[in-house]
Design a protein around this ligand. Structure first.
Ligand code: HEM
Length: 413
């Protein structure tokens, strides 16, 4: 028999969503006293839920599609309409194979870390002569240069690309002029990447770089990607890699707030990977993931109809006390790993990255946070001057307010 889902009091909850940000689903759950409820966002009925059960459900590729599940401007600033995220079934699995084969290998990780190491080392020399730096801004530049090198894209002004990619990420949760500006910057990125893809397609050398592999990739129907599809998918590697800068800022914040961590990492009592995984669990990044039911089904007594819209709370699931005791504590001893492909530790999605929409960039994300933490802990000395380190949960995507200012930066003796 179908169970009635509790409804959040009120007519429409869009303003509540904007105000509460990462805590919208959590607060709703506390209000109704359950881990799922009905609400209305943008005048549209939606089922909101948190917890491993809900995460497993929305990552079932047979039950949910991502088409129509996100406001158009958010989609445009993130994955975009021609992307792998908008595909379902065998065409999705085939295109996803491009990403998993490019991103989830030892060679991919090692070559990105080599580039990161080189760019960080260069930047460290510049920082040494400066009074203070904003770590988040600097890491955006480092990651942009590294991922351009990794993909095989050469640009005459890579730092402008860094600004454009960061603006796209920064303004996904906004409406109004800043969102319009970010959309304009996205169009500028697309124009530049279009020229890059055209040149790669005209290049008879058939290099094996990620750029060339995307430019030459054929979809499940045997046809090459259209120019727009290839542009979107290359940007879907560049933009999220730059986004890892937020996790690096949160890693620096954790090191600052918990002074015992740096010596433990340096002396090998704590592993860098365990630290990086707890940074991903603890930090607010991707708030919710949306899906549209592909068919009607029964979810533990709740009747879900074809076309129903569902939002699952990734942030809330990573802070669910049923899964992570004392979830607000930063505790790198928790047994967390992206390798499990589970449905409880879900900062970048749940389930299998091969069959469903789980992020194919998790391995590289963890590697970058790990390496950045090593740089902060072993390769440089710095102080953290007084600054506003507030992390507002109503601002999506979140960041320590100051961007993590570091002073008196110098190579560690
Ligand atoms: C998908 C988060 C880094 C490429 C996703 C999804 C999430 C996510 C939550 C699932 C979307 C869905 O369920 O529809 C993040 C976060 C990152 C990150 C928080 C850290 C900054 C990366 C990196 C790459 C990447 C480094 C590539 C180099 C992708 C792609 C998809 C995706 C292509 C679409 C997968 C699909 O629809 O099958 N990401 N990601 N991400 N991510 Fe990431």
């Amino acid at each position: 028999m179908a169970t009635a889902l509790p409804a959040l009091p009120g007519v429409d909850h869009s303003l509540q969503f904007l105000r509460q940000g990462y805590d919208f689903v959590g607060q709703g759950c506390r209000t109704v006293g359950a881990d799922r409820f009905r609400a209305r966002v943008m005048l549209r009925p939606v089922i909101c839920a948190q917890g491993a059960d809900a995460a497993r459900l929305i990552y079932d590729p047979d039950l949910f599609t991502r088409k129509g599940a996100m406001p158009p401007h958010v989609l445009r600033l993130l994955q975009d309409k021609n992307s792998v995220q908008m595909l379902d079934g065998p065409p999705h699995r085939h295109r996803k194979g491009l990403f998993t084969s490019l991103l989830m290998t030892d060679e991919a990780e090692q070559s990105l870390l080599d580039l990161l190491d080189r760019e960080w080392g260069r930047a460290l020399q510049d920082w040494t002569g400066q009074d203070r730096i904003v770590l988040f801004d600097q890491v955006n530049l480092i990651l942009t240069r590294a991922i351009l090198g990794w993909t095989g894209v050469t640009l005459d002004d890579p730092d402008r690309m860094a600004g454009d990619l960061s603006a796209m990420i920064e303004n996904t949760g906004r409406l109004g002029p800043r969102m319009w500006q970010a959309l304009a910057r996205r169009r500028r990125v697309e124009a530049r990447i279009r020229r890059v893809i055209r040149a790669a397609r005209a290049d008879a050398a058939h290099e094996d770089s990620p750029l060339h592999r995307i430019a030459r990739f054929r979809d499940a129907d045997g046809k090459p990607l259209t120019l727009d599809q290839a542009v979107v998918e290359l940007i879907n590697i560049l933009r999220p890699t730059v986004a890892i800068g937020r996790y690096v800022a949160f890693a620096a914040l954790a090191l600052h707030r918990h002074p015992s961590l740096a010596p433990a990492l340096r002396q090998g009592q704590l592993g860098y990977e365990a630290f990086a995984e707890e940074v991903r669990r603890h930090s607010p990044f991707f708030p919710v993931i949306g899906g549209i039911a592909r068919r009607g089904f029964d979810w533990n007594g709740v009747a879900v109809a074809k076309g129903d819209w569902m939002l699952v709370d990734l942030f809330g699931t990573c802070h669910d006390p049923r899964l992570f005791p004392a979830p607000q504590d930063f505790d790198p001893q928790r047994p967390l790993s992206w390798r499990d492909f589970g449905s409880d530790f879900v900062p970048q999605g749940a389930g299998s990255p091969h069959d469903g929409h789980r992020c194919p960039g998790e391995r590289l994300t963890v590697a970058v946070i790990r390496h950045a933490a090593r740089m902060l802990v072993e390769r440089m000395d710095y102080s953290v001057p007084p600054q506003d380190l507030t992390v507002s949960l109503s601002h999506v995507p979140a960041l320590p307010a100051s961007g993590m200012v570091l002073a008196a930066v110098r190579p560690r003796a």
